[in-house]
Write a protein that binds this ligand. Structure first.
Ligand code: FAD
Length: 277
């Protein structure tokens, strides 16, 4: 038996790139190599499950919880990125491709490359796709000069640039009302930005509006109490039971409406707010 010398880093998984028409089989097949897919693969691997494969098209793994800190100026964008090859558990097969169809009848997943993978067990965890087009004007606002978000890797450094350069005006923060990845995380960059504006002496010249679809700030008394203390401290205007209806990126205005669950909270109202400096 000969010895082998690897020039690859210690933890690095080389992806399988299937050829069109190719057929493979795996005992456990996981669609999506984000936090859920990778951690599940790692856990099953530790339980000595053999033959696990993860389908993941991207070469970069993004650690989403850090996006809030990138937008809030307390982390570098670089820190949220790892090579997918470095986070894939050793011994797990990484299929670098995109799942396009699942047939539970034949236990087959079709891939974008035109190849197919059959499985004994399938786990589907492709995450959530942000639908910016669901709110009129929001996509244009995100692509324009005055919109930013911690919900996309590319938009988080842009948000921090906007916060950093702002010295006066109105900023509207909104929390997604529908299914969203960690919806409360929408508030994190706001507190960090307020802290920055206070440190740099401009907070009193900036009107900060927070739009939440719920009647309280978080929904748990102990957390509501603490967040309300910070909201009062920073002078944030909260529009409870309210959601974003539309954005006019040219005029830099937003239209708000009562959230469908009805009750407009104590501070709730429908109206527009301007954004920017
Ligand atoms: C701004 C923000 C802050 C957050 N803060 C926190 C926090 O503080 N604490 C906390 O616990 N959670 C937090 N979360 C939530 C946490 O990041 C998510 O719950 C977690 O990343 C979800 O992991 P996932 O694997 O389900 O999805 P993702 O991490 O989105 O991964 C999904 C993967 O599936 C892949 N994929 C998509 N479609 C296909 C396809 N057709 N075929 C193959 N692969 C596909 C994608 O390329 C992606 O790599 C935050 C999220 C955000 C956005």
């Amino acid at each position: 038996m000969g010895s082998s010398t690897s020039t690859r880093p210690a933890r690095s998984t080389v992806p399988v790139v299937p050829a069109p028409g190719e057929k493979r089989h795996h005992q456990v097949l996981i669609i999506g190599g984000g936090n859920a897919g990778v951690s599940l693969a790692g856990r099953l691997n530790r339980y000595r499950v053999k033959d696990i494969a993860v389908i993941e098209p991207r070469s970069r793994h993004l650690y989403q919880p850090l996006f809030s800190h990138i937008a809030g100026g307390t982390a570098d964008a670089f820190d949220a990125v790892r090579l997918q090859s470095a986070v894939m558990p050793r011994g797990v097969t990484w299929i670098q491709d995109k799942a396009t169809d699942v047939s539970t009848g034949t236990k087959t997943v079709l891939l974008e490359s035109g190849s197919a993978v059959t499985y004994d067990h399938l786990v589907v965890c492709p995450g959530i796709q942000n639908d910016w087009a669901a709110i009129p004007g929001l996509k244009d606002a995100m692509e324009g000069p005055y919109g930013g978000s911690n919900y996309e890797y590319e938009l988080a450094p842009k948000a921090w640039k906007l916060f950093r350069e702002l010295t006066s005006g109105t900023v509207v923060f909104t929390q997604p009302p529908g299914p969203a990845s960690c919806d409360g995380a929408a508030q994190k960059p706001m507190y960090l930005a307020c802290d920055y504006w206070r440190r740099t002496g401009v907070l009193q010249d900036i009107r900060v509006v927070l739009v939440v679809s719920t009647p309280t700030i978080f929904g748990m008394d102990i957390i509501d109490e603490e967040l309300t203390r910070k909201i009062d401290e920073y002078g944030i205007e909260v529009r409870y039971s309210t959601e974003l209806a539309s954005v006019d990126p040219e005029a830099r205005t937003v239209v708000l409406r009562p959230s469908p669950d009805g009750s407009t909270g104590a501070h709730g109202s429908t109206g527009g707010s301007t954004g920017g400096s």
